[in-house]
Write a new protein. Sequence first.
Length: 114
Amino acid sequence: MADNDWKKRLGVVYSTNPDFKYEEETEEEPQTPEPGAQKLTVTIDRRNRGGKQVTLVSGFIGSEDDLAELGRTLKMKCGVGGSAKNGEITIQGDFRDKVTELLIGMGYKAKRGN
């Protein structure tokens, strides 16, 4: 499937060399700094969610695997569902105080927003 993915190569000049291999630029995942170096903000969000409340943890810097692991830990401690993607952790319900305490206990610099 990767050989037929021509949309990534739009704007590339055609080559007549039969041995030519197009090399894509791979984006390097940022390394996750130590928890004390992370500044996380815990807020509540109600927009575009059908009136439901969710707790958002934003400001995470690092790999998607570390974000997913932190999200999994917070969801397990709160006993609810949620997701972790695009540098944000979403937890169903209003758990701002509990999540802030948990993050501070883990060594993160976390503050409670709105």
